[in-house]
Write a protein that binds this ligand. Structure first.
Ligand code: URA
Length: 437
């Protein structure tokens, strides 16, 4: 490969110029193999945040990331392979109940997820709060487990899309997350490496999402659908609300507990609604259900018979975790102390701002401020009052589970500002904002 000058490429992007496919591939490979240092890559990523990428640049960048490591070869699988990915949110634990539930209905789900990014939580961090659970799965084990259990919940190991693993962590620490091309390439490189038949995307919209407006979310969705089409993968995107946290739990072990509730046929209404919407789509794309109604019926049977829960138990055991957490969530890490955040006045919740809650959770230790920070799986926020709900002065808006006093103080400094309480209930906002296919 030709050698280029990184400062020159950074400057060209900074000034709004375009890179060719060879230059793009050189940067991705150079960073993944350690030839390009963090400081140069950070500057380049910031230039992309400010200047964007052209369509050919984005295609080349995604392609280079996809081929930065091994690509799974799943053509021997008899079942259809359908995955789901979210663009990231606060309290967004949808993947955790969804993947085993869909797999229990006969669709193979080869799920490769990410870690917490910015103020959003990551599926891998949440899963690793299950004692012993491993997300670094070799491609051989990945294929074997997919055949036996029908679902794998893994990260991009050293060999699978190593470029995304490295770039994702750097973006998290350099304020270079909110960029449509960087998000599109990060998600699509992971998903295309899974050799999928189809992909369902949950594109989050609102303060707690990387896309703050419906228009940006639609642009992102259209780009992902187009990249999927170039690779022969059907991509369907649903746009869902992320202006307040999804469900009532934010934090790693907290979100595993809530995911188990969903698999038991319980769980908060908004979370269950998003899980079912995406699961229906996956059953239809996987050829297991001909219509949305048939898919819903199949999912309801699976939930009431505990089929998804049983599949999750198998996944946990296969991936080295303690499967007893399924029956006894008390085995998950729990914080040493609880603090109740009380409502300053009575009324109705007008806002429970997802971004503020997400940032408060990071300060509490549930997410990372720097790429090498350890996270505390036990800490988290349980929300008692969401939009539209009545509150009484002096009653709890949220319970914060904490281990470190300084982290608690930093969290509380933000958290109280997440709520706006009004005298009258405000009009409801839709949970589902649209779709792109
Ligand atoms: N999810 C990803 O996998 N990557 C991003 O860049 C954002 C959300």
């Amino acid at each position: 490969m030709t050698d280029y000058s990184m400062p020159e490429l950074i400057a060209r992007k900074r000034d709004g110029g375009e890179l060719n496919a060879d230059e793009v591939a050189w940067i991705v490979t150079g960073y993944t193999t350690g030839k390009i240092p963090d400081y140069q890559m950070s500057a380049f990523l910031m230039a992309v945040v400010c200047r964007g990428m052209s369509e050919p640049e984005l295609a080349a960048w995604t392609e280079a990331m996809l081929h930065s490591g091994e690509v799974l070869e799943l053509s021997a699988m008899t079942k259809a392979k359908v995955d789901k990915h979210s663009t990231g949110g606060v309290g967004d634990k949808v993947s955790i109940p969804l993947a085993p539930l869909v797999a229990s209905c006969g669709v193979a789900v080869p799920m490769m997820s990410g870690r917490g990014l910015g103020h959003t939580g990551g599926t891998l961090d949440k899963l690793e709060s299950i004692p012993g659970f491993r997300t670094d799965i070799s491609p051989e084990r990945f294929v074997a487990q997919l055949e036996e259990v029908g679902v794998v919940l893994a990260g991009q190991s050293e060999t699978l899309v190593p470029a995304d693993r490295a770039i994702y962590a750097l973006r998290d620490a350099t304020a270079t997350v909110p960029s449509i091309p960087l998000i599109v390439s990060s998600i699509m490189s992971k998903k295309l490496a899974e050799d999928l038949d189809a992909l369902v995307l949950d594109v989050k919209v609102g303060s707690g999402a990387f896309m703050k407006t419906k228009e940006d979310a639609e642009t992102l969705a259209r780009m992902m659908v187009a990249i999927g089409a170039r690779h022969g993968t059907t991509v369907v995107a649903h746009l869902t609300d992320m202006s307040q946290p999804l469900g009532r739990e934010v934090g790693n072990a907290n979100e595993i507990r809530e995911s188990l509730e969903v698999l038991r046929g319980e769980g908060p209404e908004d979370l269950v609604a998003v899980v079912l919407l995406l699961a229906e789509e996956m059953l239809m794309l996987g050829g297991v259900a001909p219509t949305r109604d048939a898919a819903r019926n199949r999912l309801e049977v699976a939930l009431s018979a505990g089929e998804g829960l049983e599949t999750f138990r198998r996944v946990i055991a296969e991936q080295g975790g303690n499967p007893d957490v399924v029956d006894d969530p008390a085995l998950l890490p729990s914080p040493e102390h609880l603090h109740e955040l009380l409502a300053p006045r009575s009324g109705f919740v007008a806002e429970c701002d997802a971004l503020t809650v997400g940032r408060a959770a990071v300060r509490l230790g549930a997410g990372r401020a720097r790429k090498d920070d350890a996270i505390d799986p036990a800490v988290g926020i349980t929300i008692h009052a969401k939009r539209g709900e009545p509150v009484t002065a002096g009653r709890p808006l949220a319970t914060v589970g904490w281990n470190d006093r300084e982290q608690l103080d930093a969290c509380l400094e933000l958290l109280a500002g997440a709520w706006e309480i009004a005298d009258e209930p405000r009009p409801e906002r839709p949970l589902v904002l649209g779709e792109v296919r």
